[in-house]
Design a protein. Structure first.
Length: 290
């Protein structure tokens, strides 16, 4: 099941349904910088939900043991690209995302009986015991033993920027749940930015180019302000980020140069871009629509 949505209110509604335990598997996909994760976290906090989140990187070994220690809790996997590349991780996720209420988990790698037993080694008779480097983090579960098989009732939310890194097996897993494609318009993101962003010059500049912005992002406002504060060319950075065609930028610059006549603008455009006079007027119509 899948649906494309465009507002934070819609996204929050799905996130809250997950936080309330009503969705077994929720997959949220959208461009970077759209506050997908923050919206999910807010829903979880508002619901006072107990959850374990994985962000950035996690090995299959870590995933398996953490799922055991957090059995029955909500699981959120946020932008963890390497989890899709490791075969054992994919196998664990297949089991975790089953539609059954009770999911049967199993660690299949050889020679891993009592896989998470914390080991102690003694460096010498004169030294204290220290932890053997087994890749485990120091936490409250460090001395626990994780069985090779266990069951869990955890429900799962996966947050990703795109589905390009998912292979056919992972797409089959996603098909077991609800896939939300978050695609807000540039105008909607700009309206939300106005609620918190205070630099009017940047707001006005972005608004001027909104029809040309294909991938809106709240982060772009913040980054533009950083560049502006540092005295760096923030307008050019935004233009390149938005991938605005050079011919549009050329016409836009020439039109706003009040020292030029219309004829001189055409002449400069053809000289700078190597394009025709007719192309100048085609691009001029696009610029005037901004």
């Amino acid at each position: 099941m899948q649906r494309t949505i465009q507002t934070f209110e819609q996204l929050y509604a799905y996130a809250r349904a997950f936080a309330d335990g009503k969705l077994n598997l929720l997959v949220v996909v959208g461009e970077p910088g759209l506050s997908k994760s923050q919206t999910v976290w807010r829903a979880l906090e508002d619901a006072n939900a107990t959850y374990r989140k994985f962000v950035g990187s996690v090995s299959a070994y870590m995933l398996y043991r953490e799922l055991y220690w957090h059995r029955g809790e909500l699981i959120v996997i946020d932008d963890v690209d390497d989890i899709w590349r490791e075969r054992e991780s994919r196998r664990i996720l297949k089991a975790l995302c089953q539609t059954d209420a009770i999911k049967e988990m199993e660690w299949s790698k050889a020679n891993t009986v009592g896989i998470a037993k914390r080991k102690k080694v003694k460096a010498s008779d004169d030294e204290d015991y220290e932890d053997e480097d087994d890749g485990l983090e120091d936490d409250e579960h460090a001395d626990d033993t994780v069985p090779n098989r266990y069951t869990t009732t955890s429900r799962t939310c996966i947050i990703a920027n795109d589905l390009g890194s998912f292979d056919a097996n992972m797409r089959a897993i996603i098909d077991r749940g609800t896939l939300i494609r978050f695609k807000p318009t540039a105008a909607y993101i700009h309206a939300k930015a106005k609620e918190f962003f205070k630099d009017q010059e940047i707001l006005d500049y972005v608004e001027q180019w909104l029809p040309m912005v294909k991938s809106p992002s709240l982060r772009q406002y913040v980054t533009a302000l950083e560049l502006k504060t540092a005295g760096l060319p923030w307008k050019e950075a935004l233009q390149e980020t938005w991938d605005i065609p050079d011919e549009i930028l050329a016409v836009h610059r020439l039109v706003h140069d009040k020292t030029l006549t219309d004829r001189e603008r055409v002449q400069r455009y053809t000289a700078e871009t190597g394009r025709s006079r007719a192309d100048y007027f085609r691009q001029l119509q696009r610029v005037r629509s901004l």
